[in-house]
Each structure stands twice: as structure tokens, then as C-alpha cells.
Design a protein around this ligand. Sequence first.
Ligand SMILES: [Zn+2]
Length: 318
Amino acid sequence: MTCRVCGNNDTTILPVGKYADFFLLRVDTSKDEFRLFSRIDLIRTRAAILPIRALRRIRRMLMPPMLKPAVPFRTDMQSCTLCHSITPCHEYSAEDLLGLYRDYRSETYNRDRISVEPWYAQIVNDVGSHPLEIKNRNAAVDSFLNKNASHFAGGSMIDYGGSDGRMIPSFAYNQFDSIFVYDASGAPLHASVDARKVKKIADPRAKTYSFLTCMHVLEHVGNPKALVIEAARLLAPGGLMYIEVPHELTKIVREDFEQRIIDTPITIHEHINLFDRSSVGALIGSIDGLELIDDAEDVVDLGWISGLIGRFLVRKVK
Ligand SMILES: [Zn+2]
């Protein structure tokens, strides 16, 4: 199968994907042709001890076999040998995933999510809103972009997937006269955002913006490479793109995958793709006309969790 991050054709496939309960509630997973089912929702890896096997044999002789209904068990995930990304084998369209994002982190979203994932109640008020998350995330972007300030020359900016506009760093406010936010959710701009400078738009224009940010989007989409190509279309020639993703793919998960160990499932939730430091660099390298200028990886304290974050500055060379 082809990797939807870097386009490489050398991937390994294992049945380690497990849908999170909220994903099952909001997304039609019956479209996933790679799902695997189990009659007992439990896979034995070893034969039972002799007395138990004997008892089961006697029960089978006395009682007719009763087949338990099959339930969804797992789904196939693919791991790319080149960019390391792990993604579901099934490609979800943006429309398929809309159930997760149309009311993203609003009251109805929180209520439905807590109804199937009660642990979410513990962090519901912090995810995406904790003062440290906004402050520290923006500060880290500022420091990375300031280091690359010599590449910037004004113009206009667009935040692709920018939600309510709170993740626009001060570097961008200083650098650009107009800033646009393009997002699939209906979230209005947050009250703290400078509405004289920032506008939400529904129809971004091609070959227009000198800077595009795409932060914490690629881990959510069915086809990350296609999304970057689509976003790059909006950039004026010579324009810059800043990509930020969580690096959630640990060495242990990667090594288990390499050794074809399937004991620990990989949960498919909002983040359907797992990346490490190799992933986005390989994605950019696979797209004609884009060039990686700088990248970094650092830990950001979000207040409710600490995350390893990858940052990438890219130029549209043609
Ligand atoms: Zn790949």
C-alpha cells in the first residue's frame, strides 16, 4: 500500500488499530474495509491448561455449539519504512470525519464525548484552552519563527485549520497586516483575538498568501500529503508554510511494529496518524515545488499534558 504521508510504497501492515469509543460514536467506521471481527472479543495466544480443555470438550459434546455474535475487534494500520508514520489502512475523507469536528470542543461535543469516554471529564476544560497551552504553544512558535525571521517579508497570512484564532503567535501579528483563519468548524473568533487584523474566511484564494500556518492538522486528516498539496496551492510563489504536528510515535511502538508484535493496540481517536521526527520532512521532500528550510523538535508544557512537538518551515519554490 502507498503511504499517505510521503507516497512511499514500502509499508508494513498489522491489525493493531483500535477505534476509540467517541470515534465509533461519531464516525461511520463500517466504511473501513480493513476491519477485523472477533466472536469473543478476546484472542487466546496460548492453549488453556489440560483440565480446562477437557471440561470444554465435555461441554461441546453435551451442548450444541452456540456461536457468539461477531463484534468489531481491530483494524489494519500501515507503517511506512521511509517516513515512519503509522496511519489507518482505510482512508477517511474529510466528510467522513466531520462528525468529530463540526461542533469541535463545544458543549454538545463535550457532552457526547464524556458519555462514552468518562475520563474526558477530567480534562475537558483544559484541552485546547488551558492558559499555559495557549501561552506556551504560541511562545514556542514565536521562538522558532524569530530564528527564521530573515525569510519573511510581510504580505498576508492564513491559518489553515486555525479554529477560533487563538493560536496566532505575536510574530505573525508583527509581521502581517492581514491575517485570515480558515477552519472546517463553525467556531467564531475568540474574544481575545484582534478582530481588526484577523478575519475568518470560508473560501481562501489560490496563489495569494505569503505565509500559511498549518498547526495540529495533519494528524487529524485522512490524507496528510494531499492536504499539504492543497494548502500549498494557496501560497503565492516563494511563500512560506509553517507546519506543526505532535510527535507521538514512540520508539517502543515503532519497534513493536517492526517485530510484528500486535499485543498493544494503537488507539484511533482524533489523531488518526502517528508521526515522529522523520515523517513531515519526508512528506515535504516528496512534493515537487516545496523545500524544507528549517525544522525542530521540542517539548511543550500544555498545562494538562506535555507534548513532543515537531516544527517545520517550508518554502514554495515553484
Ligand atoms: Zn511514508
